[in-house]
Design a protein around this ligand. Structure first.
Ligand SMILES: OC[C@@H]1[C@@H](O)[C@H](O)[C@@H](O)c2nc(CNc3ccccc3)cn21
Length: 453
C-alpha cells in the first residue's frame, strides 16, 4: 500500500482571528488644515523644498477626509472585519495641547460610528508620525514634557471614543520616528544627531507609558504598542558579522520592546551610541514599563547583516543575489516572520500579538479596460506571509489578527506617491478607487478564515 498521502494542511486560522487592513492619517486623509486643524510636522516637512520626492505633499492624498464614507463602504464590500487607522493629533489639539478642536473629534467619531455600523472593528493608533508642529516648536520628542502632552491627547480621545473603540495603540514604530526623524533626517522633523536620537527614543517610550497609564484611568478595553521589527541574519559565520547582528538586532528589535516589556534597554545601545547614550533616571523605566494588552508587529522584510561602516551601527545589509525584492528594495522573506514571532514569544512571553502591518510595493499595472488591476506579486507576498503566520500559530504564538498594509495606495512619506502598497488602487487624478486582484483574493481569504490561502 502506498503511504497515505500527506494530509492537506488545514490552514484555517483560529476562530475570531481578526482580518483587516491598515492606513495612517497623513498618508490618506488630505485636507490637513481643514475645520480648525493645526499643521503637523509632516505638513511642514513636505512643504519644505527638497524634503519629499517631486515635492509631494499630503494636501490631497487619497482625500479620505472627504471620502471616508465611501471608503468604509469599500471595506464592507471587501468583507474586512477590522480597520486599523491613526488619528491626526493636530486635528484634535491644533496647538498640540490645551484647546480641543471639536470638528476634528467629530470627524473621527463619525468614522468610528460608520465602521461599527458596517460590522468593522476600529483599531485606533494615537500617533503615526504626524506630531503637531506647535509641539515641535517646543522641542517635540526632545522635550521631556512630551509625556504629559501625549497623555493629555490620549485622554481626550479615550473620553470621546473608548467603548466604541476597544483596541488602542499608542505609538506606531518609535524606531522609524527616531532613526528617520532624528538620526538620519530622512523623515520629519529631519534632524541628524546621534545625541538627539536616543533622547527622542527614550521620550517616545516615556510618552507611551504615560498614555497607557492615562488609558488605565479613563479606558476600559485594550491598549498596546506597535513596533516594526525584522530578523537579522549573519552574512557569514565570522565573529565580526555575529557582533554586527547583535548590534542591529538590539538597535531595531529590542530598543523599544525591552524597556516597554522588560523595563531596561539592551546593553548594546550604550556600545552603539557611546557618549551620546545618557544615563537614564531609574524612575523613567517604571513609567515606560506599563502592562500591555497586546503588541502590534509590523513586518516587511529581513536583513542579512554583516560588519560594515554604517553610522552608528557599523553594519551593512547584504543583498541576496537570488532574492526577490520589492519596489522599496526590501527582500521578500516570509520565513523571517515566523522566526521573528518565535523570538518574540521566547523573549517576551505569551503577550497577544497582532500583525498590524504587512504588505509590499510592487510595480502595479494601470487599471485595465475591464476594471482590473492585476497584482500577482502582491497576492504571492501576502499568501506566503499569512502561511508564515499560520506556522507561528501552530508553534504556539498567540497571534490574534492581521492588518494588510495598506487598504489604499497612499502617500509613502518622503517617497511621495511613487510606491503603491494598496490592495486597492487609487487614481490620484480622479480619486477613483479600484480593488486590485489582491483585494478580491483577500476577501476570499477572510470569508474562509484562511482556508482558501
Ligand atoms: O513603508 C510602508 C509602510 C508605511 O507606509 C507605514 O506608514 C509605516 O508604518 C511603515 N513602517 C514600515 C516598516 N519599515 C520601515 C523601514 C524604514 C523606514 C520606514 C519604514 C513600513 N511601513
Amino acid at each position: 500500500m502506498p503511504d497515505s498521502p500527506t494530509p492537506a494542511r488545514d490552514l484555517r486560522f483560529p476562530d475570531g482571528f481578526l482580518w483587516g487592513a491598515a492606513t495612517a492619517a497623513h498618508q490618506i486623509e488630505g485636507s490637513p488644515l481643514a475645520d480648525g486643524a493645526g499643521p503637523s510636522i509632516w505638513t511642514r516637512f513636505a512643504h519644505t523644498p527638497g524634503m519629499t520626492l517631486n515635492g509631494d505633499t499630503g494636501d490631497v492624498a487619497c482625500d479620505h477626509y472627504g471620502r471616508w464614507k465611501q471608503d468604509v463602504a469599500l471595506m464592507r464590500e471587501l468583507g474586512l472585519k477590522a480597520y486599523r487607522f491613526s488619528v491626526s493629533w493636530s486635528r484634535i489639539h491644533p496647538e498640540g495641547t490645551g484647546r480641543v478642536n471639536q470638528a476634528g473629534l467629530d470627524f473621527y467619531s463619525r468614522l468610528v460610528d460608520e465602521l461599527l455600523a458596517n460590522d468593522i472593528e476600529p483599531l485606533l493608533t494615537l500617533f503615526h508620525w504626524d506630531l503637531p508642529a506647535a509641539l515641535d516648536d517646543r522641542g517635540g520628542w526632545l522635550n521631556r514634557d512630551c509625556a504629559d502632552w501625549f497623555a493629555e491627547y490620549g485622554s481626550t480621545l479615550y473620553r470621546a471614543l473608548d467603548g466604541r473603540v476597544k483596541k488602542w495603540a499608542t505609538i506606531n514604530e518609535p524606531w522609524v520616528v527616531t532613526d528617520g526623524g532624528y538620526l538620519h533626517g530622512a523623515l520629519a522633523p529631519g534632524h541628524r544627531s546621534r545625541y538627539e536620537a536616543p533622547i527622542a527614543a527614550h521620550n517616545l517610550m516615556r510618552a507611551h507609558g504615560a498614555a497607557v497609564q492615562a488609558y488605565r484611568a479613563e479606558g476600559r478595553h485594550e491598549i498596546g504598542l506597535v513596533v516594526n521589527i525584522e530578523p537579522k541574519y549573519p552574512a557569514s559565520d565570522s565573529a565580526e558579522d555575529a557582533a554586527a547582528v547583535r548590534r542591529a538586532h538590539a538597535y531595531m528589535n529590542e530598543q523599544f520592546l525591552h524597556p516597554a516589556l522588560l523595563g531596561h534597554y539592551p546593553p548594546e545601545l550604550k556600545e552603539i551610541f557611546g557618549d551620546a547614550w545618557p544615563d537614564w533616571p531609574a524612575e523613567d523605566f517604571a513609567l515606560i514599563r506599563q502592562p500591555l494588552d497586546f503588541v502590534g508587529i509590523n513586518y516587511y522584510t529581513r536583513s542579512v547583516t554583516a560588519a560594515g561602516d554604517s553610522y552608528p551601527l557599523k553594519t551593512a545589509v547584504v543583498r541576496q543575489p537570488l532574492g526577490t525584492y520589492t519596489e522599496t528594495g526590501w527582500e521578500v522573506f516570509p520565513q523571517g516572520l515566523t522566526d521573528l514571532l518565535l523570538w518574540f514569544k521566547d523573549t517576551y512571553g505569551d503577550l497577544p500579538v497582532y500583525i498590524t502591518e504587512n504588505g509590499a510595493a510592487f510595480f502595479d499595472p494601470a487599471v485595465a479596460d475591464e476594471g482590473r488591476v492585476r497584482d500577482p506579486l502582491r497576492i504571492d507576498y501576502l499568501r506566503k506571509h499569512l502561511t508564515a503566520i499560520r506556522d507561528a500559530i501552530d508553534a504556539g504564538v498567540d497571534i490574534r489578527g492581521y492588518m494588510a498594509w495598506s487598504l489604499l495606495d497612499n502617500l509613502e512619506w518622503s517617497l511621495g506617491y511613487s510606491k503603491r502598497f494598496g490592495i486597492v488602487h487609487v487614481n490620484y487624478g480622479t480619486q477613483e478607487r479600484t480593488p486590485k486582484d489582491s483585494a478580491r483574493w483577500y476577501s476570499k481569504v477572510i470569508a474562509s478564515n484562511g482556508r482558501t490561502l
